[in-house]
Write a protein that binds this ligand. Sequence first.
Ligand SMILES: NC(=O)c1ccc[n+]([C@@H]2O[C@H](COP(=O)([O-])OP(=O)(O)OC[C@H]3O[C@@H](n4cnc5c(N)ncnc54)[C@H](OP(=O)(O)O)[C@@H]3O)[C@@H](O)[C@H]2O)c1
Length: 339
Amino acid sequence: MSAELERIDPASIPYRTLYTGAKIPAIGFGTFGSDRFTATEIAEAVFGAAEIGYRHFDCAAVYGNEKEIGVSLQKIMSSGVQREELWVTSKLWNNKHAEEDVIPACRQTLQDLKLEYLDLYLVHWPFPNHHGPGADVNSRDPLAVPYIHENYIKTWRQMEKLVELGLARHIGTSNMTIPKIKLLLRDAKIKPAANEMELHPHFQQPDFFKFCIDNQIAPIGFAPIGSPTRPDRDRMPDDTVDIEDPVIIKIANKLNVHPAVICVKWAVQRGQIPIPFSVHAAKYWSNLKAATTEPLTEEEMREIACIDKNNRLIKGQVFLWQGAKDWQDLWDQDGEITS
Ligand SMILES: NC(=O)c1ccc[n+]([C@@H]2O[C@H](COP(=O)([O-])OP(=O)(O)OC[C@H]3O[C@@H](n4cnc5c(N)ncnc54)[C@H](OP(=O)(O)O)[C@@H]3O)[C@@H](O)[C@H]2O)c1
């Protein structure tokens, strides 16, 4: 641990209560390095983050670093942190949606992370459409298909089995839309406990956010800072930059912190669970600290509510199917599932 960074008492970090009664830390640590960091660098950051007080880690098989993170998790637990004090999420990748693949994929993740169970296992995308790591924005899986609810439910039944087997304590969704999640709520035996979705000041998804809260599905917010160093494949000329927004900068100047910290602070206070990423100790420390210090004023919260630009950054073009118009088809813009 960097000598100058004060440890933040994990007990001081707010938490959210899921519908099962389980408590999840209200801020987590992202582990997708946007193709910029090695698995070892990210795993070292996971260890450093636990040392300064993080207890919640957002992993995924497709990030290609679960084996290395597993070594860090072991070290964290050997240093005296109990398994029950940690919250570890992982995700089923798109090429493992087939009924026979779900349980083995979860077992592989558990083996890599060196854990006996996950706190939360998510279906990473609601499509079985695959792409290799670092795929170009124009590359397409020739077998890609639109959302097929019948198939998603087959995958979900296997996710439910993971809970029955004790391999995952909770299951959830990611990159969903309201109409898709409504169908899932209608047909699930085990309801999703959380939905991981893009959430930052310029992309607040107010309707979907409210839908999740109203239905006791915890919204986990990815790209909480607006993913300023995301891969080129996820950049479009019209994208806006949260940390350059005058409102965010004004509040950051007042509190004498980086604008990124305001994005994280706002997220925790609004009620989503942000999972900011950085391998740099001073940055991940300031993000965690933001969750424990004096809240933003009501006026500041209102000001940030007004800067939503509906600017989705992670558009998901690489998951499009033959015949789809454009990336908006992935997100059911008109309230109906696009087929
Ligand atoms: N479910 C999904 O489909 C999905 C999709 C995307 C992401 N995720 C998850 O969400 C996590 C976070 O998303 P993300 O990494 O794309 O975006 P992000 O957390 O919004 O942004 C990360 C960037 O913000 C910078 N940063 C972080 N804290 C900072 C601070 N205090 N001061 C200044 N700069 C700071 C980092 O800079 P440096 O790198 O220079 O430190 C890094 O470039 C991922 O790691 C992953 O776990 C999930």
